[in-house]
Design a protein around this ligand. Structure first.
Ligand code: NI
Length: 143
């Protein structure tokens, strides 16, 4: 079986996931009509790679928004997010905080300046424990 997979250019991997994450993923791929979980995971990994490669190519002066969702009961996370933003103080034009529900907060940070720095803050936020989702969008000025 493994040899057959290799001949097809495929490698089997084992991944451990929290069951609620897997349940949600299964629900989405069923809704989108995927024939198998493997196909859904392949597409998700492709999307992740494209997103990362796009972020790596960004450079020069840009306007960026970083949106993120986090668990505000995560110990110390609020302070860590504030500290991260203070390192980019001159670039942050505005930020908004929304208390979504008992557990979750949603924030939007709008930045202007070097794309590499915008990306750096987004990556800092992504690396913090308790941050559930981060989305970075950038655009060039002077449009
Ligand atoms: Ni809040």
């Amino acid at each position: 079986m493994e040899e057959e997979l290799e001949e097809m250019g495929l490698t089997r991997i084992g991944v451990s996931l929290p069951s609620n994450l897997l349940n949600k993923f299964d629900e989405i791929i069923r809704g989108r009509g995927y024939s198998s979980r493997s196909e859904g995971i392949r597409d998700a990994i492709r999307a992740y790679i494209i997103e990362y490669e796009w972020m790596e190519r960004e450079e020069g002066e840009e306007i960026g928004t970083i949106t993120y969702l986090y668990d505000h009961s995560q110990r110390g996370l609020g302070d860590e997010l504030t500290n991260a933003q203070h390192h980019f103080i001159g670039m942050i034009k505005t930020s908004t905080h929304i208390h979504l529900d008992e557990e979750n907060c949603f924030e939007v940070v709008v930045m202007k300046g070097d794309a590499k720095k915008i990306k750096e803050l987004a990556e800092n936020i992504m690396s913090l424990k308790g941050v559930k989702h981060v989305k970075l969008t950038t655009t060039h000025g002077g449009i």
